[in-house]
Structure formats: structure tokens, C-alpha cells
Design a protein around this ligand. Structure first.
Ligand SMILES: [Ca+2]
Length: 485
């Protein structure tokens, strides 16, 4: 293995596991991501620590669970007392560079002086809706001033957030992130480097520019998976979300703002036509393909610059998207695999590159520890993940008996813990009698809730005990003791 390799991290936002061709999706076109998967380790069961931007990103950055690092939901800054792996790499002599989304600090109020959490070169660009400081919007104002307002897309008329922006693909955020990444790689960067190309797509609004907006015929994409009646045995907020009886935090198509100033609206998803769902999926796929084109450009630039044989490439996403499955949209508060399981590929350089599928259950905090190990560093005892380095070469199996997912959902006021094993998924809501229990072997689509099934009492008790054990083990690592008292 190469000593002190470079890294190119490709980080997407809200990309489902199945929104990659190589993961079994025949309708979507992601040839460059597929190539990475064919040449590297493709994780079939990688799970996020919490299915929202900030908690997922902060857990990955620190290698620590949300309740430990403090970022339990969106809107909370990562405490300065926390150490990110980017900081550790920088202290070890890595040049750390970011183009795009970071989101370890609430972005509504971002300023140019906010911490960069270990990125020495930090071209941060977050959500377009806000007026916060953004490297992309500065670039847009300079090169495409006619589209500055359009990129923010303040208004549109479709509550599902499906539309075609006016701006051309070359002015789009995703292209900008690709441009900057290529430029960095062509600039003879100081090595070793950790470079991040970080997108805000395919997060809603579902608004790819042309030609990506019409690249997929809605008749050719899969209809969302929804079984009529499937929400009847779920906690009440599932049906409330489906019927639009509660506020959806959906951003810009706001009817009003909630008490925290967050734009919300109510959308009756049961009334959305099959054609509208398919158009939404077609747009989502278009956004993914636009990103995939940037993946191709970055990989070509790596090779052209002679860096490919000493650079590890990682592709990952911060969480998934319901995309109409189960009659629901966006991010819940539901713990379906569509949200928790994400595409993840690690391609080692040179002779270490080989196609491996890692089927075991892995958490993204395990990837954090793996990155440090690949850089030749020993993960500190503060990190809670387990490296899977040997598995990347196919040299050892990787995987946990279970994954633990947290959700302190402040939009809906739920405190949720999910334990996911290979066969079962149990979701516990603090303070509520309802819950979820799925037998993923018999019911991989997560249709039937076994929580109240008398035949599953024993399983539910066993899984609850296992969840308690995992929660106890996931407490903050004990600090080093200086003396016996
Ligand atoms: Ca996100």
C-alpha cells in the first residue's frame, strides 16, 4: 500500500443507494460512478449515523455518534472542542481542500469567517436559498451574473419542487464543483492532499438544468414503490405525512414559515399522479447524471495529472431520499433503508485497486477511522468507528452485527433510535408506545410492521436488549485517567 496516499472524496447530498447504475439500477445512467465501483470496493450495506445533513456529516467528520459530538440535528454547530479527521490529516502534513458543501455549521447564517473544520483550502458553498456567504455564488456573480437569482430559485409553482431552472448546465453548482476540482488537480497540488468535491445535489428541489432535465423519459424510470394500505400499521405520523396533514419542511415552495422561520408547506402526497411521481424521479436521475459527469471529469483529471496511481477515490452520500417510496417524500421522520443506506465506493490506487463487494453492515463512522488508517495514522481513542481497511483489498470480511442510527428530529420532535441487523430493523421512539419492527428477510420492502405482532414478541424483546447494549457501547469514550483518584 502506498505510503501517505492522496485522497479524492466525492460527497453527494441525498443520493439513495439504488441511484447508482452499478447498484442494480438499470434505468439510471452513472457510467463513471459505475467504473469506480468496478475498480474498487463497493459497500452494499453502508449506513449513515443520522439521516439529515448536519448530523450525518458531523458524525462522518468526527468519527463519533451525533449524541457524542453534539450535532444531533440540523441547525447545530459542530463544537470547536470536536476534532475532525480533516484536522488530523492537516496536522499530519496533508493539504486539505474543499470545493462545495461542508455543512458542519448552520448555513443560514454562514459568514466568510466561520470555522473550516480542518480544510486549509475551503471554498464552501452551501444551500443556495440562503443569503449566506458562498464560493459558488461569488463565482456565479462573476461569470453568470444573469443567473444569480435563478440559481437561488426563490419561487416556483410546484409543491413537489420539480422544475427546470433557467440557468445552463455550465453555470450549475454541480458543474462549478467539477470545474474547481479539475482546476485544483491540474494545478500541481502539494502532496499528499485530501481533496473534497462536495455537491448539494441530488437534494431537492428536483431541478436539473437542461439537457439533464429532459434526459430521462418519465415513462422509462421506475414508479415509486408504494403498497396501498401499507401505512395503516405504522405510527400515525406516516399517514399524516402521506396525506399532507402536517407541515413538510420542503424549503422554497413555502406557504408559510414555522415558528423557527423554516419555510413549510402541506402537500397531499396521496393525490400526486403516477405521471408526476415519474417526472420527479426523472429529474432526480438527471441531477445524479450531472454529478456523474463531474465524477468522470475528476477521474480523467486525476489520470491526466499523473496522480491516479497514488490517490484513493471515495464516493459517498450523506443520506438517502424517500422519492415517493411508501407514499412519502424527502427525509421523513422515517427510518426506511431508502434514507439510511447510501452508496459508498472506495477505490484504492495502483495495484491495490480491485473489485470487491462488501456485503457486511458498515457505519459511516467506520469509514472515518478507515481514512485515517489509510493515511498511515492511528485513529485516536476518541473515535467510535472500526476501520475496514483490510476489507477494501478483499483481504478480510468487514461488518458489524448491527448498525445504530439516531434521529433527534427537531422538525417533528421525535427522539428515535434504530437498530438494523442483517435480518431485522427495530425503531424505538422515546416516550411513545408505537414503534417499528421489520423482518427484512421476509419483507425487504419494509411493508409490514411487526411491532405489535404477538408472534414477534420474542424478537422484539431481543432486539430491544441489543439496542440498549449498542446505545451503552455508543456512549462517549471514557477519557484517559491521570491517576486512580
Ligand atoms: Ca443532506
Amino acid at each position: 500500500m502506498i505510503d501517505r496516499p492522496n485522497f479524492l472524496l466525492i460527497y453527494t447530498d441525498q443520493q439513495r443507494y439504488d441511484a447508482v447504475g452499478a447498484n442494480g439500477n438499470e434505468a439510471i445512467r452513472t457510467p463513471h460512478t459505475d467504473r469506480l465501483a468496478a475498480e474498487g470496493a463497493n459497500f452494499a450495506n453502508m449506513f449513515v449515523a443520522s439521516p439529515n445533513c448536519m448530523s450525518s456529516r458531523a458524525a462522518f467528520a468526527t468519527g463519533r455518534y451525533p449524541h457524542v459530538n453534539g450535532v444531533r440535528w440540523n441547525g447545530m454547530a459542530l463544537p470547536r472542542s470536536e476534532t475532525t479527521f480533516m484536522q488530523t490529516l492537516a496536522e499530519a502534513g496533508y493539504e486539505t481542500a474543499l470545493y462545495g458543501k461542508l455543512h458542519l455549521w448552520p448555513h443560514q447564517s454562514r459568514s466568510a469567517d466561520d470555522p473550516t473544520f480542518g480544510f486549509g483550502i475551503a471554498n464552501i458553498a452551501e444551500n443556495l436559498r440562503t443569503h449566506a456567504h458562498s464560493a459558488y455564488r461569488e463565482w456565479l456573480a462573476e461569470h453568470y451574473p444573469d443567473y444569480t437569482d435563478d440559481a437561488r430559485a426563490v419561487t416556483y409553482d410546484d409543491a413537489l419542487q420539480v422544475y427546470v431552472p433557467r440557468l445552463p448546465a455550465e453555470a450549475h453548482f454541480s458543474t462549478w464543483a467539477g470545474d474547481e476540482t479539475v482546476r485544483y488537480l491540474e494545478s500541481r497540488p502539494r502532496e499528499p492532499f485530501f481533496l473534497t468535491m462536495s455537491f448539494v445535489d441530488p437534494h431537492h428541489p428536483f431541478a436539473p438544468p437542461e439537457p439533464y432535465a429532459s434526459m430521462y423519459d418519465p415513462r422509462d424510470v421506475p414508479q415509486p414503490a408504494y403498497t396501498p394500505g401499507e401505512l395503516d400499521d405504522k405510527p400515525p405520523h406516516f399517514m399524516d405525512g402521506h396525506l399532507g396533514r402536517v407541515d413538510q419542511v420542503i424549503g422554497r415552495a413555502a406557504e408559510r414559515e414555522d415558528s423557527a422561520g423554516i419555510p413549510v408547506t402541506r402537500v397531499d402526497l396521496s393525490a400526486v399522479s403516477p405521471a408526476s411521481w415519474r417526472r420527479l424521479v426523472a429529474h432526480y436521475y438527471g441531477m445524479v447524471t450531472l454529478i456523474d459527469d463531474q465524477v468522470g471529469r475528476a477521474l480523467a483529471a486525476l489520470e491526466h495529472a499523473g496522480l491516479a496511481d497514488r490517490t484513493i477515490v471515495i464516493f459517498m452520500s450523506d443520506h438517502g431520499e424517500l422519492l415517493g417510496d411508501h407514499g412519502l417524500l424527502f427525509k421523513g421522520p422515517h427510518q426506511y433503508d431508502a434514507l439510511l443506506r447510501v452508496p459508498t465506493i472506495v477505490r484504492l490506487p495502483g495495484p491495490d485497486a480491485r473489485p470487491v463487494t462488501i456485503d457486511g453492515l458498515v457505519e459511516q463512522i467506520d469509514l472515518t477511522a478507515t481514512i485515517l488508517e489509510l493515511a498511515g495514522l492511528t485513529p485516536s481513542r476518541a473515535l467510535q468507528g472500526t476501520p475496514v481497511t483490510a476489507a477494501l483489498r478483499g483481504a478480510a470480511p468487514a461488518g458489524r452485527e448491527s448498525v445504530l442510527v439516531e434521529r433527534r428530529d427537531l422538525y417533528w420532535d421525535f427522539d428515535v433510535r434504530t437498530l438494523r441487523t442483517e435480518r431485522w430493523k427495530l425503531t424505538h421512539y422515546a416516550g411513545h408506545a408505537f414503534g417499528e419492527l421489520f423482518d427484512l428477510q421476509e419483507d425487504p420492502g419494509e411493508i409490514v410492521n411487526r411491532w405489535d405482532d404477538p408472534g414477534c414478541r420474542g424478537v422484539r424483546a431481543d432486539l430491544t436488549a441489543a439496542l440498549v447494549e449498542r446505545m451503552a457501547q455508543a456512549e462517549a469514550p471514557v477519557p484517559e485517567r491521570l491517576d486512580i483518584a
